[in-house]
Design a protein around this ligand. Structure first.
Ligand code: ADP
Ligand code: MG
Length: 688
């Protein structure tokens, strides 16, 4: 017999139809498969049926009782009705009241026996159950007497409708759900059967059953995710690159104008161990803003140079490339390392010169934007690639850079520290190093939360800072995704400030719609001190270093994620002067948003902040875009399913080693699932 097709449109499911299908679409449910994967966000245990004599105010329970009075409905006023009656079981009686439920109350009849589930309160001195869910005693088990799923709903789709649809989907389709986890893995980890898991996750028969089902589905999701990411990166453990024989960076470290922190030394050592191996390094360095990642990367460049290899350093913006070029070439040239800059906006002849040097080996370190990959650059002997501020780059761009050498060592740097569990997935097979120490003597940035009543004081304060010769950033959120309005709001706000609060100061603006060239010109004037204040959207978020800037003012701060605010704050406090982060926000003091801002004020620790942020927003929103190849998770959680994640990842890696392209017929469904989990444009690409 043909198995029913899980991709059947939801409208064809019993009890749905065309009209409701449109409402289901609002929940992103289009097919039966989507519906089955619409997991409960919670459960309500309605198994506990009490004798009425045992019921107490505050209980949420089932009772099994007769309606022993008339069912009286009064219309208090237009559109407001109250229905009251009394019920009795063998132990006692209780009142039941419904507000505005004429329609459902019509189904009740006096003298019959029902199971009621609801909250019991005291009303006028009498125990009363308010707005209970009910069903006839003989059909019990659908709405009462069981553990029931609680779903996120939308207008027009009630809990009952959704539960009914899922029941129907399960009874018609659960046999069609493919088993995608290979049997040996299932056995090893004692994973429940797939059909069982889907039935139990929606309508658990007990707590243990639910735990089993959930464990299986979480494992499956993380397994598919891990395997997909491994495929995307396409790297294998047995890849060989070049082992460097001399990885002593002491001469470089001694040449620095400062002492490396303990954390910097430790990470440098980790890198040097990697570079000695013939398996290419694949390491991410996480470190808070200002923790000194650049020096560590430069140490790696030095090691490559000592072994006769070229290095490439890729950064997301031209400004950053120029800054790195300036500071690094100063340091490294002294040690004999030849550095060049390569950016898209450079003159064609200049680019050509650098390209030629790359090809001939006349340069040891090329610093640039993605021009390094897009301009037709060939390296003579690329041994190390470094990617800075990696969250701005996709996996693919990294792979493209790596392809410029023969399995070069790869170092990735990130200023968005994330919890280890998430890092394991985000960075797949990357090894992780953490710089968890800031250079000594940094003045912490003071963070202030300011509402409109104090706005003018804050502006006066900013003006005073500018008068003293310092500079300021002012950041506005994107009001909506409309780029036109972004442009207008930033431009208008810059004008307003220079007309009023910051009059007499040079104020410029910056936004995402400007051409890279214009943006860079604006930033250059700010770096040189010509501009006093810069109004922008979050385009300045990444890596720029203007030590003279002492104020970061953020409008509608509550609209930003915590990690993003922390990044923005990291733009100041880079010089010797005390710096300030001013969060403009009018949210009420007791709201959750205010709590988040307080959390930011209370700590400067990027790890704590990102953990807090993840708890609030979940990884999908956390990273904003999909360029990381991280799909939305439906059931697993990076915060709480850490153990499963490690197991699933291990199995995924092992399976990848056995059957890299998933050609085995037994892996067909698994392969399909991976393709559908990753976003459409990546569909099909993952394996080709
Ligand atoms: P990030 O980790 O944010 O990329 P950078 O590498 O840009 O940080 O370093 C920030 C600043 O701190 C730079 O000016 C750098 O020269 C300085 N710095 C780095 N390491 C140390 C150190 N160990 N002691 C003092 N200053 C340091
Ligand atoms: Mg940096």
């Amino acid at each position: 017999m043909m198995k029913p097709d899980l991709n059947t449109g939801i409208r064809y499911l019993k009890g749905v139809g065309e009209k409701r299908a449109e409402l289901f679409a609002k929940l992103d449910i289009y097919t039966v498969w989507d519906l089955l994967n619409f997991f409960p966000r919670d459960y309500e245990d309605r198994r506990n049926t009490l004798d009425i004599s045992d019921v107490r105010a505050g209980d949420k329970v089932c009772i099994n009782a007769y309606i022993t009075s008339n069912i009286r409905t009064r219309n208090i006023r237009r559109g407001f009705s109250v229905t009251e009656f009394r019920v009795l079981d063998e132990t006692g009686g209780i009142n039941v009241v419904f507000f505005n439920q004429k329609y459902s109350v019509d189904k009740l009849s006096a003298g019959k026996r029902y199971v009621f589930f609801g909250k019991v309160e005291e009303r006028g001195g009498k125990l009363t159950m308010t707005n209970p869910t009910f069903e006839a005693e003989d059909s019990s088990g659908q709405k009462t007497g069981a553990i029931l799923p609680v779903y996120s709903l939308t207008a027009g789709i009630s809990a009952d409708i959704l539960r009914g649809a899922i029941r129907n989907a399960l009874s018609e389709f659960s046999e069609a759900i493919p088993e995608i986890i290979p049997e040996d893995i299932r056995r090893r980890h004692k994973l429940a059967h797939i059909g069982y898991s889907y039935r139990e996750i929606h309508f658990p028969t007990g707590e243990e059953e639910l735990t089993l089902a959930k464990r299986r589905l979480v494992f499956e999701e993380l397994f598919v995710l891990s395997l997909g990411l491994i495929h995307l990166r396409g790297r294998r453990k047995d890849e060989t690159g070049t082992a460097f024989s001399d990885t002593d960076a002491t001469p470089y470290i001694n040449s620095l104008p400062f002492e490396m922190t303990g954390a910097q030394l430790r990470v440098t050592e980790e890198i040097s161990e990697d570079l000695k191996k013939s398996r290419p390094m694949n390491r991410i360095v996480q470190g808070d803003v200002g923790s000194g990642k650049t020096a560590v990367a430069a140490a790696a460049v030095y090691m490559a140079y000592k072994n006769g290899f070229q290095s490439a350093l890729m950064v997301p913006t031209e400004i950053l490339a120029e800054q790195h070029f300036k500071s690094l070439s100063e340091e490294l040239t002294k040690l004999g390392i030849k550095c060049e800059l390569l950016c898209g906006s450079m003159r064609a002849s200049e680019k050509k010169r650098v390209r030629t040097l790359c090809g001939e080996g006349g340069v040891d370190l090329v610093i640039g934007t993605h021009a390094i990959i897009s301009e037709d650059v060939a390296f003579k002997k690329l041994g190390l690639m470094v990617v800075d501020e990696q969250h701005r780059f996709g996996v693919r761009q990294r792979a493209a850079l790596a392809a410029k050498g023969e399995n070069p060592h790869c170092l990735v740097m990130s200023a968005t520290p994330i919890p280890r569990s998430l890092a394991l997935i985000m960075y797949g097979d990357l090894d992780i190093s953490v710089i968890d120490e800031l250079p000594p003597g940094r003045l912490p940035v003071d963070t202030l939360i300011v509402n409109d009543t104090k706005r003018n004081d804050a502006y006066n304060f900013i003006k005073k800072q500018l008068d003293d010769g310092y500079q300021a950033y002012v950041v506005c959120p994107l009001i909506d995704d409309d780029e036109e309005s972004e442009l207008r709001s930033v431009e208008a706000f810059a004008k307003e400030l220079s007309d009023t609060a910051l009059s007499g100061k040079q104020v410029e603006f910056l936004h995402g719609k400007m051409k890279q060239k214009e943006k860079d010109a604006v930033m250059r004037r700010f770096v040189s001190g010509e501009t006093h204040a810069i109004v922008s959207t979050t385009v300045i978020e990444v890596g720029v270093n203007v030590p003279n800037a002492t104020v970061m003012a953020i409008e509608n701060a509550e609209r930003f994620g915590l990690s993003q605010l922390h990044q923005l704050r990291g733009r100041v406090g880079r010089g010797l002067a005390k710096s300030y982060c001013i969060l403009f926000s009018n949210v009420s003091r007791w709201s959750p948003a205010a709590e988040r801002l307080q959390a930011l004020r209370a700590t400067n620790d990027g790890f704590k902040i990102s953990e807090e942020d993840l708890k609030i927003r979940g990884p999908g929103d956390f990273f904003g875009t999909r360029q990381h190849g991280l799909p939305e998770l439906k059931i697993a959680s990076f915060m709480s399913d850490m153990r499963s994640l490690e197991l699933a990842k291990g199995e995924a890696q092992a399976l990848f080693e056995r059957d890299p392209a998933l050609c085995d017929a037994n892996h067909k469904n698994l392969k399909e699932r991976i393709k559908s989990m990753f976003n459409p444009e990546e569909k099909g690409n993952a394996f080709n």
